[in-house]
Design a protein around this ligand. Structure first.
Ligand SMILES: [Zn+2]
Length: 78
């Protein structure tokens, strides 16, 4: 399970937005990962913001590992 609090994530997001505006980054990916995983499980159409998550996951092993752990956890509770 993810250990970051929403406050911590929001702080990270603000830092990311301040320094990077052309890519999602790991912090932005983590922020959207829960929504992305829910959409994936529900098989709903992905908003554009979610496509950025998908692109990031394809390029970032760190976030992909996190995402796969999240998916396992979500499937267990369903
Ligand atoms: Zn990442």
């Amino acid at each position: 399970m993810m250990k970051l609090s929403y406050q911590q994530i929001n702080n990270l997001i603000e830092l990311t937005i301040a320094t990077v505006d052309d890519s999602l980054g790991c912090d932005g990916c983590l922020e959207l990962m829960d929504q992305f995983a829910q959409a994936e499980l529900d098989d709903t159409v992905m908003p554009d913001a979610m496509e950025a998550v998908r692109i990031h996951l394809e390029q970032c092993k760190c976030c992909k590992d996190e995402y796969e752990a999240l998916m396992i956890a979500l499937r267990e509770v369903r």
